[in-house]
Design a protein around this ligand. Sequence first.
Ligand SMILES: Cc1ncc(COP(=O)(O)O)c(C=O)c1O
Length: 501
Amino acid sequence: MSALGSRLEPLVYDLSRPGRSGAPLPEPDVPHAELPSDLLREELGLPEITQLDAVRHFQRLSQLNHSIDTGFYPLGSCTMKYNPRINEDAARLPGFLHAHPLQEANTVQGSLALMYELQEWLKEIGGFAGVSLQPAAGAHGELTGILMMRAYHLARGDMARHKILIPDSAHGTNPASTTMSGLEVIELPSDGRGNVDVKALRAECGEDVVGLMITNPNTLGLFEEHIEEVVQLTRDCGGLIYGDGANMNALTGVIRPGDFGFDVMHYNLHKTFSTPHGGGGPGSGPVGVSERMADYLPSPIVAIIEEGDEKEPPLYGFAAPPKTIGRMKAFNGQFGVLVRAYAYIRIHGAAGLRANAEHAVLNANYLLSKVRAEYHLPFERACLHEFVVEGRWRGAPDVHALDVSKRLMDFGFHPPTNYFPLIVHEALMIEPTETESRETLDAFADALLQIAATARDNPEELRGAPHTTPVARMDEVRAARQLVLCCRPKFLSEPAQAPYT
Ligand SMILES: Cc1ncc(COP(=O)(O)O)c(C=O)c1O
């Protein structure tokens, strides 16, 4: 077993002392009922602990997690930006918080107005003719978009199309959602500058292509230099263009994907428009569509049922697009995330959103300029909102990107994304976002430079990292597959079961 035992804080059971209590329970104010004896147990083995000890215990546990509120979180492709607290206040307004999804539309006009306006703003930001707020996350938006693309071709009687073209730099969800829709993934290589290879695209374009799924800027943080030609080639063979809009933090307010000819694009509201999303959720992945795809949007969408005038606001309700692919999500999507995104967009306004994108790009290029002498950049170009470098050095054959990431934890930073995109060896994908100060970026760059020096001088120090965290290096595959969810982990008494090395 590793240093696990010595570094972990005591468990609540270790703090338990017989007879201690956190809160006196009142006498029951209902008659005692006869309970089935097999449900009644004398010994539940619950911890006996004072309120103060319990508070301290949980405070301590909460501080073991890294979060955007406690430190820099440059997890590439995830846009871990600061989430303004006012968004949380908005999401907690009683009218939003207590609305029930089965309420009649005339009793939730405020919520519907918010959804309608958000649809309109997302249309404007992306250059689209229609928007659905239903998808629950980016990957769900992808599936929604692909099902719409398939429905579009089938409705025209074009039954032979079954391929989606996807660059090899794409996020894993792109091929996954395509496969889930029953279509075939055709991988396109990247060229020497990190763009999708136009020659390979031309070779694949044909009458069996449903469309292209492309991320711009791509997951290398690079703007697709031939985007117009790529769109034209795909259109010439009858294909549609799906845009993965997870990287809109680089473009918002600057350019509109709909204007390049994208037919469908999902937004990651939980990235571009804030919302805390570390640790798995919640997310929201609305899709925007071009004119020719608008009839296929998931149903229902929020619509104005009766126009308003100077005295009366409009009456909002639900509408079904004529060739809808149907419902993709229960009720009305992730409503709490929609409220946060609405607040974020409204507070920033058009100029603020553009400034955010510009600062995200500036911060990434600033950081890159500070570290590029020590970290190999596979594609020698200026980046947009993130960049990918290699975590390996000629003079240090035993050091890997993972060692760099683990050592960064000792400096108090969350590691960057590792080993993605797959086309870069020992990839470290770094996305600082616009919300970080120059001092933070300088401190992170200094840490990366120190680590590069250590890689050559003292590689063992990196290979043993992290040295300061409660749990040392884990067997990450086992830890994910054999989650220990109980509060009295078995592995503490049985070291052989530990998902740690
Ligand atoms: C480029 C890209 N596409 C798609 C996704 C999927 O988004 P989600 O995690 O919301 O499903 C991500 C998520 O990190 C991403 O970075």
